[in-house]
Write a protein that binds this ligand. Structure first.
Ligand SMILES: Cc1cc2nc3c(=O)[nH]c(=O)nc-3n(C[C@H](O)[C@H](O)[C@H](O)COP(=O)(O)OP(=O)(O)OC[C@H]3O[C@@H](n4cnc5c(N)ncnc54)[C@H](O)[C@@H]3O)c2cc1C
Length: 403
């Protein structure tokens, strides 16, 4: 495995190699069992080992007791490595960072001093970033059209406390997370300026959960409805000043879509490694599958897709580090690039997994062959965070104004 030294520093390269070995030792041998791990015994064991390895501490900056966050490039490549092992496990870990980001970016000491120790300690804690609502999936993320009016979960300030009411749905780690970062609207008239991100601990009075969704894949992740019945949290548990919520939502969408690109690249890398080996061993028409030119052409398309998606993802991450040249993190240009990275990588991943199934034939369809899980797990990465269509709308919004 090579990392581009253009993007990855030596110490991050060490971390990435450690994670690759971790995936091969701890995740590969059990990934086939995760679909049937209904009580998350295996999943929790792996996540706890990730705590032991320092992967959760690595999400927290040193000023809040963590080991300091790896660079944006290495954060993406860490997701790629973990998704190569298992998409659901990666999701559980990566979403924890996504949920903590608003407080970290706002340098919110009240939130971080209270909750960071959960994530820097020895015991597993998860966080959930909850923006989706039952009647508002993509519409919540379609900020350029709805400007925050589509968010129905309400928050109002009552003295020194926020009071939250309404329902969220589908978010990763919901029902199992210890901490929830929840997007709320304080006043629809204020549109984006009325949006706030509030942090709610799992044991808050008035917080309750529906049953876990029964999904086609990513069983390492949990999703359910979350109900807020006049849940109260301290005033300081608002990530940033009211008025900044719209910007923060855009920044989070950029981060989520970039992370989705990384997930897709990792999934496709695993599939490609597998298919290279299989097509080198399985004999058809008198020679290994990959010796047939029609198969070699398919393998070339897969390799081209993976390498270009990875390179474009890293290019976008690089451009994100130069806001003075390429646009602020909440600019339409940044969201456009992240959306292109996600759309391209997820379409590519689906193409790669489909071609892989074609190479392997009927055996690829069997659970024993360790491939159909990648083929099932990857579809949701295309569907979440705006899906394939809103992702495309946001991509062109970097080029012209489109309502
Ligand atoms: C495993 C999993 C993990 C998830 N994790 C999280 C999480 O961590 N946090 C969270 O908040 N949510 C999460 N979600 C929810 C997910 O992000 C939403 O489901 C997603 O945004 C799409 O919403 P929807 O399914 O309601 O689709 P809808 O909003 O109903 O959209 C349906 C289709 O319409 C298209 N579409 C949308 N808008 C337009 C438009 N303006 N023009 C044309 N087409 C359009 C979409 O692309 C999509 O194809 C998760 C979901 C799953 C299944």
């Amino acid at each position: 495995m090579e990392y581009l030294d253009l993007f990855v520093k030596e110490e991050d390269s060490l971390l990435l190699n450690t994670v690759r070995k971790f995936v091969e030792k701890e995740i590969f041998p059990v990934r086939q069992l995760i679909d049937d791990d209904k009580d998350h015994v295996i999943v929790t064991e792996i996540l706890q080992k990730m705590v032991d390895l320092g992967l959760f501490r690595a999400l927290i900056p040193p000023e809040f007791g963590g080991d300091g966050m790896p660079s944006p490039f290495s954060r993406l490549l860490l997701r790629t490595e973990l998704a190569r092992g298992d998409m659901g496990i990666n999701l559980s870990w990566a979403v924890t960072e996504w949920a903590l980001r608003p407080a970290i970016m706002a340098n919110n000491k009240a939130i971080m001093d209270t909750y960071a120790p959960w994530f820097t300690g020895d015991k597993l804690h998860l966080a959930c970033f909850s923006i989706t609502e039952p009647h508002s999936g993509c519409d919540v993320e379609n900020v350029d059209h709805f400007h925050g009016r589509s968010v129905r979960v309400k928050a109002k300030l009552d003295g020194d406390e926020w009071v939250i009411s309404g329902q969220k749905s589908l978010a990763s780690n919901s029902g199992v997370a210890d901490l929830y970062c929840v997007l709320c609207q304080t006043d629809p008239e204020l549109e984006e300026e009325g949006l706030v991100f509030l942090y709610v601990p799992k044991d808050a009075k008035g917080l309750s959960f529906g049953k876990f969704e029964n999904k086609a894949g990513v069983q390492g992740d949990r999703n359910c409805d979350v109900y807020f019945d006049d849940v109260r949290v301290p005033k300081e548990h608002c990530a940033a000043d009211p008025g900044e919520g719209g910007k923060l939502l855009r920044v989070q969408l950029v981060a989520g879509r970039m992370a989705s690109a990384a997930n897709a690249v990792g999934n496709a890398m695993a599939v490609f490694e597998h298919v290279l080996k299989y097509t080198g061993e399985r004999i058809v028409g008198g020679k290994p599958i990959r010796e047939h030119s029609i198969a070699a052409g398919m393998l070339a398309d897969m390799a081209i897709g993976i390498e270009t998606a990875k390179a474009f993802m890293l290019q976008c991450a690089y451009m994100g580090t130069k806001p003075e040249i390429y646009g602020a993190p909440y600019s339409p240009q940044d969201l456009s690039r992240a959306s292109m990275a996600k759309v391209y990588a997820t379409d590519m991943d689906i193409m790669v997994a489909n071609k892989d199934m074609e190479h392997i034939g009927s055996y690829g369809y069997f659970r024993d062959y360790n491939i159909e899980k990648y083929w099932r797990d990857n579809k949701i990465v295309q569907l979440w965070l705006g899906g394939a269509q809103l992702g495309r709308l946001d991509a062109v919004r970097g080029y012209y104004k489109l309502d």
